[in-house]
Write a new protein. Structure first.
Ligand code: HEC
Ligand code: HEC
Ligand code: HEC
Ligand code: HEC
Length: 170
């Protein structure tokens, strides 16, 4: 009885140790983003309403609609017309990286911490080139600089105002 119990406990300890080592290694290894690392544009919208409103009016926010019902489940199409499984269209995280680890407020306010947790500026050539490949359809070939200029400014510029009390200010 006692002997069997000990064997069981030893096996349990071995299994637990293996699990802890596995988790520790998994945390250390650079990982490929998993589907549930993507939180969705609506979560970003809570703190970035202007960026969200801008994005909603871009072709990226409709990219999934270019696909028919079967194509929406075809990995040959969803790789570029969606962000992750269950996340249709080219959402924020397709350019800024999966948000699961950087979206909490205490991380986001510290841009260095946010970068370490996976936030990307979005302006890297590789971000766009992953989808805007030579064989993607389009009347004109993809012009990185011109396309980036369109994507860079999410927030409409505020009209410059003369400081209160300045000469000529109302
Ligand atoms: C809890 C609020 C919050 C959420 C949720 C949030 N952010 Fe942020 N984000 C901030 C704050 C605060 C800053 C820093 C101040 C600023 O630049 O507006 C910031 C900055 C940024 C920046 C600029 C970083 C830089 O280089 O200066 C990007 C890009 C960004 N967020 C993208 C996202 C994306 C994409 C999501 C969703 C996956 C997201 N954020 C979710 C609050 C948030
Ligand atoms: C390598 C990335 C990539 C893959 C894979 C891909 N597409 Fe696209 N697709 C694009 C890009 C980028 C555009 C926009 C090109 C442009 O406007 O310059 C586009 C545009 C389109 C358009 C025109 C959209 C519109 O609103 O005018 C359709 C339709 C389309 N793709 C269907 C598909 C289908 C169906 C598949 C799967 C068989 C697929 N795509 C696979 C990148 C891709
Ligand atoms: C097609 C790629 C792309 C998508 C999609 C995208 N962004 Fe960006 N984002 C960029 C680029 C490029 C910049 C400019 C970075 C720079 O100038 O260094 C940027 C800048 C930002 C900034 C910082 C400055 C600013 O203009 O506000 C924030 C915050 C941000 N994005 C949030 C978001 C959120 C939230 C979404 C989704 C609602 C989103 N982005 C969707 C590419 C993208
Ligand atoms: C996940 C794939 C993906 C990424 C990443 C991506 N795009 Fe796109 N982009 C698309 C698809 C798909 C379309 C076509 C959407 C449609 O029309 O249905 C598109 C459309 C566009 C358009 C609109 C074309 C037009 O009608 O003028 C521009 C501009 C553009 N992308 C620029 C960029 C830039 C710049 C980046 C990098 C900062 C980028 N994209 C990153 C997939 C992507």
């Amino acid at each position: 009885m006692l002997y069997r119990g000990t064997v069981r406990i030893t096996a349990l300890i071995a299994a637990l140790t293996a699990a802890v080592v596995f988790i520790a290694l998994a945390a250390l290894l650079p990982r490929v983003a998993a589907a549930d690392d993507y939180i969705g544009a609506e979560q970003c919208a809570a703190c970035h309403p202007q960026e969200y409103a801008w994005w909603k009016n871009t072709a990226h926010a409709r990219a999934g609609n270019a696909l028919g019902p079967t194509e929406q489940r075809d990995p040959r199409c969803t790789g570029c017309h969606s962000t992750a499984p269950g996340k249709p269209h080219v959402q924020c995280e397709a350019c800024h990286g999966p948000g699961e680890h950087y979206w909490p407020a205490f991380v986001m306010v510290d841009v260095h911490l946010a970068r370490a947790a996976g936030l990307r500026s979005g302006a890297e050539r590789s971000t766009c080139n992953g989808c805007h490949t030579a064989d993607a359809p389009g009347i004109r070939p993809f012009d990185f600089e011109a396309a980036l200029a369109k994507m860079r400014r999410h927030v409409p510029p505020t009209p410059s105002k003369a400081p209160a009390g300045a000469k000529g200010a109302p």
